[in-house]
Design a protein around this ligand. Sequence first.
Ligand code: 13P
Length: 257
Amino acid sequence: MNMSSRKRIVAANWKMNLTVGESELLATEMRSVLTTMPRHCEVVLAPSFPALERLVKAVAGLDSVQIAAQDCAPAIRGAHTGEVSSLVLSELGVQKVIIGHSERRINNKEDHLTLKKKVDVALETGLDIIFCCGETTQQRKEGIHMQIIEQQLKDSLLHLTDTQLASVAIAYEPVWAIGTGLTPTSEQIEEMHGYLRALLNRTSAKVGPTLSLLYGGSCNASNAASIFALENVDGGLIGGASLKADEFMRILNSLPQ
Ligand code: 13P
């Protein structure tokens, strides 16, 4: 499969770092670059829930920009106090949702079954998914990182039909690289992305080769170009370095043309 058939995606996960006003201001500051992104690149901004509606408005008319939620509930409706349904996200004009981020797996004890339910309801309500996977330091030390990643995908994602799978991008985010300033070597990133690509190709010979694989974890303006140049890396999921317009814009400009 030709590289150019895979969509390049750079997603900003703002986590819980910005107020609604700050989120809106940041999107506005980025508008100049966002208006000129080439068609094969997709930029995704993921603010916290209360900022979503204003962000949808802030990027209206920018074809290659999408707004994502950082999470959704594992059910569409019901007695789930404090949860946010993907149906409501869809209603607001949100197009994507991040599912399986390690901060939620660890801090909120989200297990594989919960993540599988989130994947199913997100797709049922018309959202695309950025599905995160990643191993801990200990798991890498033990040399079981490949198995861990494969299991995370098998448990929550690979039950999907081809049509459903086509709405998913996968972000490999080693837990030990998130917010630490530590990045895996290029060889380690490509090894994992190549492994993921082979797994997806085995799962679906039709859709596997077309899925976008993102890297996340201390990706910044200095290392983005070398990471994005790797054969099986189609973009990034960026945390800290997406909080400043000029740095995030430099990351966007690091995408191969
Ligand atoms: P950092 O870029 O801050 O390491 O965060 C990565 C991340 O968790 C994105 O989802």
